[in-house]
Design a protein around this ligand. Structure first.
Ligand SMILES: Cc1cc2nc3c(=O)[nH]c(=O)nc-3n(C[C@H](O)[C@H](O)[C@H](O)COP(=O)(O)OP(=O)(O)OC[C@H]3O[C@@H](n4cnc5c(N)ncnc54)[C@H](O)[C@@H]3O)c2cc1C
Length: 274
């Protein structure tokens, strides 16, 4: 059986590889970073019950450090599944079927089933779409306060045990406490490569969900890969159109002209009080 070729070892690509592995389907993941520890992975993720938790089959795990989650997914794969230091420079369709994936070091591989899980600036997306990321008008500046309780007690007190939103005009301060022959070829996209959303705390959750759904769909259509990809994509397009519309609404509610009232209306305590 040809292995499924996945580009990108983010949460989406690793979840797909894991679900395929559980279903006895081989996969290879090519990742640009040199090793699993090449860079810090970012902070705490809320794992939602309608996407991320379903993908992980993990009830009652509302928060997880992104690095812990990635490590857990890596540890659950057979050794050698992820090929580190393999930066894709481009991909092209081959006459007669299949796709050639080219790497920055000049090497290449041929893929029968190719999945772009390589994030916002996907090198695989141009094979199926002309879409490129667009600036949505909101910029985030990110910083970390380490040892906040002892070194930054006022800020730690203001944030409390969860999240803080402090909107003011067109700005806002937000904080979160952490802890071949005639080969037919197939391409699909998952995660940010498929549907880059403006930041709304959902992208990693949907990447996990996509990875799990594509893996299950491929496993559910043995010998009929195209049907497996098609079923996943139909569902993904419908659900992510809804998520896109919700993202625009969410941005307006949290950073738009109607704050703070629209932001307060999202808080359960406030809803109960009114
Ligand atoms: C500051 C910030 C905070 C966020 N907070 C949240 C949150 O709280 N909750 C939430 O749900 N989402 C959050 N998101 C969104 C979330 O990070 C993304 O939606 C999610 O990581 C997408 O997962 P992915 O697997 O599709 O892609 P990625 O996580 O981007 O993974 C892509 C992988 O592909 C690799 N890659 C890229 N290019 C190549 C190449 N050319 N060749 C080989 N490999 C390549 C990358 O190195 C990376 O490992 C946040 C995003 C940011 C920037």
């Amino acid at each position: 059986m040809h292995p499924v070729t996945i580009i990108g070892a983010g949460l989406g690509g690793l979840t797909l590889a894991r679900v395929l592995h559980l279903n006895g389907m081989p996969a290879v993941v090519y990742e640009a970073e040199a090793s699993p520890t090449a860079r810090a992975q970012g902070g705490m993720l809320d794992i939602h019950d309608y996407n991320g938790q379903l993908a992980l089959d993990a009830d009652g795990r509302p928060e997880a450090l992104r690095a812990d989650l990635r490590r857990m997914l890596l540890d659950a794969l057979p050794a050698g599944t992820v090929r580190w230091g393999c930066k894709v420079s481009g991909a092209r369709a081959l006459i007669g079927g299949g796709h050639e994936v080219a790497f920055a070091d000049g090497s290449s591989v041929t893929a029968r089933v190719l999945v772009g899980a390589d994030g916002a600036w996907s090198r695989i997306r141009p094979l199926v779409s002309k879409a490129i990321p667009e600036y949505v008008g909101t910029s985030f500046v990110e910083t970390y306060l380490f040892d906040a309780d002892s070194r930054h007690p006022a800020a730690a007190k203001a944030v409390g045990g969860g999240s803080m939103f402090a909107p003011a005009g067109d700005r806002a301060l937000t904080a979160h406490r952490e802890r071949g022959d005639t080969l037919h070829a197939y391409i699909s996209l998952i995660g940010d490569a498929a549907h880059l959303l403006a930041p709304n705390g959902e992208g990693a959750n949907w990447a996990l969900y996509d990875g799990a759904e594509l893996g299950k769909s491929l496993a559910a259509h043995p010998g009929r890969l195209e049907s497996g990809l098609d079923a996943y994509e139909q569902d993904m397009f419908a659900r992510m159109s809804r998520a896109d519309a919700e993202t625009a609404k969410h941005l307006e509610e949290t950073f738009g002209d109607t704050i703070p009232d629209s932001l307060l209306a999202l808080m359960p305590e406030h809803q109960q009080g009114h």
